[in-house]
Design a protein around this ligand. Structure first.
Ligand SMILES: [Zn+2]
Length: 220
């Protein structure tokens, strides 16, 4: 959480990424510093992991100013393109390797639940991330498995299925209670997925917290 907070804080203070930083800020309450979720949060906000962002910016500045580079050796976060390239070409090459590395890091988290819903490191969600899609992605909030984990419920068991914990994955992928309109694959780049998730999570949330717990624009 702390790492994510500083990431967001730094980005919010930067003019260049102000908009992206604000998107991250809006996600803050839904996400914790679990790696998979952290990456998914970055993807949804259109931001690469901070380490890559900072390194790519350093490379560009060093090249533009003609400073000697300390980043050409092995073990560098991103490979430095040839210094003889023109400014724009150089920046393009840096961005290209940033995207490649970002996708590679993201791919390593294939088994994460959040990764199933955001399959590509360069994904753009079809709908603005809100408290519903955010909860589905993190598995936090209204799901009984989470509520049990934080001591709010005596059992994590699904209300319909015996011996099954109601995780986000169970509710959205398996549970017969929510099979109406269920999609074969959940992908936040797909509007149908966003609508399905919003409907299910909203129902679960209202069942637990009452309709007044959701602000007016999100109730529809
Ligand atoms: Zn169930």
């Amino acid at each position: 959480m702390l790492a994510l907070y500083f990431h967001i804080k730094q980005l919010r203070e930067s003019e260049v990424d102000r908009e992206a930083g604000q998107k991250m800020h809006s996600l803050r309450q839904s996400f914790v510093s679990h790696n998979g979720i952290y990456y998914a949060a970055g993807v949804l906000a259109g931001l690469a992991p901070l380490k890559l962002e900072l390194h790519s910016r350093s490379l560009k500045v060093i090249h533009r100013k003609g400073w000697p580079s300390m980043y050409n050796g092995k073990g560098s976060v991103l490979p430095a393109p040839p210094r003889t390239l023109a400014k724009e070409e150089y920046a393009k090459e840096v961005d290209k390797s940033l995207r490649k590395k970002w996708q590679h890091l993201y791919d390593k988290r294939r088994s994460d639940w959040s990764r199933k819903m955001v399959p590509k490191g360069t994904a753009k969600p079809a709908m603005e991330v809100n408290i519903f899609t955010g909860q589905a992605l993190t598995g936090h909030g209204c799901f009984r498995a989470y509520r049990h984990k934080i001591g709010k419920l005596p059992s994590a068991e699904c209300a319909s299925c015996e011996q099954m914990d109601e995780t986000a994955e169970h509710a959205l992928v398996e549970c017969p209670r929510f099979k109406t309109g269920r999609l074969k694959e959940l992908n936040l780049e797909n509007m149908e997925t966003c609508r399905y998730i919003k409907r299910i999570v909203k129902d679960l949330w209202i069942a637990e917290n009452g309709p007044k717990s959701i602000r007016e624009p999100l109730r529809k």
